[in-house]
Design a protein around this ligand. Structure first.
Ligand SMILES: [Zn+2]
Length: 316
């Protein structure tokens, strides 16, 4: 039914051919300086998260990161990708999630299960701030080989990934935004969602022409107050269609939904890329990695294992 896009066709074993057609529902509040995105990663969250062996608390954080980048990438105006990367001294030393303009999502994380078990023993609801520890959060927009990479970096600040991301937009992008992320394990598996609001300039718009500036502040504050009422259960409830949830939250504010955008299983690994990495290893290291004449290497994003005959890899 759904064909593998060309950028996924890279001579490797099949990855789940999973597309969520209404992954991201962009919306705006008519005449107000507010636009937003409702992200439902749906069954794709489960497919992505369960390919990795991490404690649930790490998968929950990764699911939130997937929903966040899914929403942020939908604003890309050109081909490219949007990534969020966290590195810290906590038991989750690294977390990367990225999404292309076409909605191809992937992530990987490094976690120390023993340290997490230790933390969880004293606090079962250990938050993202403690999982990541002291470190930084980087947001990167990469729009292809002939363009400048746009990257913003902030210190990790806040208890949740939502707080950390909002802190980033307020400090680095000088941009008022409100973010709620949710990832829960349901009877159907992992589900991850996001609700993002951003304040936009309305120069030339109806609101700017006819309304004093104070009204725009009020409109933004009202939108945030309404958004704050959303629950994790509503965000991840697949029986509640995105438009219905948006109407429930913002019906008094003339909410209008735009054309939805798809999210899909989207690793971009290939044999060529992994063999290129292997060729940077020394011949000694490569020999150590060889078993029965074969070197096995798994993609850190999709966990698919690629096998290379030792004779095929040159070594540095
Ligand atoms: Zn991969």
């Amino acid at each position: 039914m759904i064909h593998t896009p060309a950028f996924l066709d890279t001579h490797r074993p099949d990855v789940p051919d999973l597309v969520v057609p209404q992954g991201v529902t962009p919306f705006y509040l008519a005449g107000r300086p507010v636009r937003g995105r409702l992200v439902r990663v749906g069954a794709l969250a489960d497919a992505l998260l369960t390919r990795h062996d991490h404690p649930d608390i790490v998968l929950r954080l990764a699911g939130e990161a997937l929903a966040l980048v899914g929403g942020l990438a939908s604003a890309l105006k050109f081909q490219g990708s949007f990534s969020v990367q966290a590195r810290g001294d906590g038991p989750v030393s690294s977390l990367v999630a990225d999404c292309t303009h076409a909605g191809a999502l992937r992530f990987h994380a490094r976690s120390d299960a023993a340290r997490i078990a230790e933390l969880a023993a004293t606090d079962p609801d250990v938050d993202a701030g403690r999982l990541l520890g002291a470190g930084y959060l980087a947001f990167t927009v990469d729009q292809g080989p002939d363009t400048d990479i746009h990257q913003g970096i902030v210190e990790i600040q806040g208890a949740s990934l939502s707080d950390m991301a909002a802190h980033y937009f307020q400090t680095s992008e000088q941009h008022a935004c409100w973010i709620r992320l949710a990832c829960v394990h349901t009877d159907a598996g992992w589900r991850a969602s996001a609700l993002l609001l951003e304040r936009i300039a309305t120069e030339g718009g109806i609101a700017a022409e006819h309304a004093p500036a104070g009204d725009e502040d009020d409109s933004w504050t009202t939108a945030v107050t309404l958004a704050e009422t959303v629950t994790d259960a509503e965000l991840t409830d697949e029986t509640l269609p995105p438009e219905d949830l948006l109407y429930r939250l913002f019906h008094a504010e003339d909410v209008c939904a735009d054309r939805p955008r798809a999210l899909a299983f989207g690793c971009r690994c290939s044999r060529a890329r992994l063999s290129g990495i292997l060729e940077t290893f020394s011949t000694d290291d490569l020999d150590h990695m060889t078993e029965g004449g074969t070197i096995s290497m798994s993609c850190e994003f999709c966990n698919i294992c690629f096998r290379f005959p030792r004779a095929e890899i040159g070594g540095a």
